[in-house]
Design a protein around this ligand. Structure first.
Ligand code: 5RP
Length: 221
């Protein structure tokens, strides 16, 4: 079993009968969905909300009951992946382009668990390009601003065109190399009109489960 699968399967042990579960997005989450569907077939009773169309489709195909967010008044536990996690359990997310819906679900969840392989554990955030979700209108102005700020921006592309998120936005990835003040940077970026969300997730993860070799390590806030 690979590290992503190990972490993913461990996380399913935290899901209990009656919970409303937030389902993250990405390849690690996909392993979690498969294990969760097995548990559901064995009698586990939960409801879920999804952070992306891709997760909605896979979860539904696996027999997991996925509700509209409007029909849910609480989320007990969200399990999601991450692109980088630092020792304070702050992270970068959005490699799979679902950062906006992931942050909405995470911010409304009682507990957040991230599942990662060991390559995602870093001392400092920033090697992974920081995704910034932006409104398409006027996004070229934001791009120029980020260039002037020496953030080395690039529009995320799909089949030669700007990638479009589930929310109908573009993503500008910032190649920063190192982030010394994640809280300050998030505040700074959010000041600009047109920035919808930033892939810096600080103070959100309660538990991080990392696959390492053939074991898992569990880090708590
Ligand atoms: C999607 C995300 C993903 O959780 C993150 O990119 C990790 O993906 P993977 O599990 O495929 O490595 O933030 O927006």
């Amino acid at each position: 079993m690979n590290e992503k699968q190990l972490a993913a399967e461990k996380s399913v042990e935290f899901i209990k009968d009656g919970m409303i579960v937030g389902l993250g997005t990405g390849s690690t989450v996909n392993f979690m969905l498969k294990k969760l569907s097995e548990q559901i077939k064995k009698g586990l009773k939960i409801k879920a909300v999804a952070t992306s169309q891709l997760t909605y489709q896979l979860a539904s195909a696996l027999g997991i009951e996925v509700m509209d967010t409007e029909l849910v008044n609480r989320i007990d536990l969200t399990i999601d992946g991450a692109d980088e996690v630092d020792p304070n359990l702050n992270g970068i997310k959005g490699g799979g382009a679902a950062l906006l819906y992931e942050k909405i679900i995470a911010g409304n969840s009682t507990t957040n668990i991230w599942i990662v392989d060991s390559s995602k554990l870093v001392n400092k955030l920033g090697k992974f390009p920081l995704p910034v979700e932006v409104v398409p209108y006027g996004s070229n102005f934001l791009f120029s601003k980020f260039e002037k700020m020496k953030f080395n921006p690039s529009f995320r592309k799909f089949e030669g065109k700007n990638f479009i998120t589930d929310g109908g936005h573009f993503i500008i990835d910032l190649n920063l190399k190192i982030i010394n003040d994640s809280v300050g940077l998030e505040k700074e970026l959010k000041k600009y009109a047109g920035v919808v969300e930033v892939g810096l997730f600080t103070g959100i993860a309660d538990i991080v489960i990392a696959g390492k070799g053939d074991k898992v390590e569990i880090f708590k806030k």
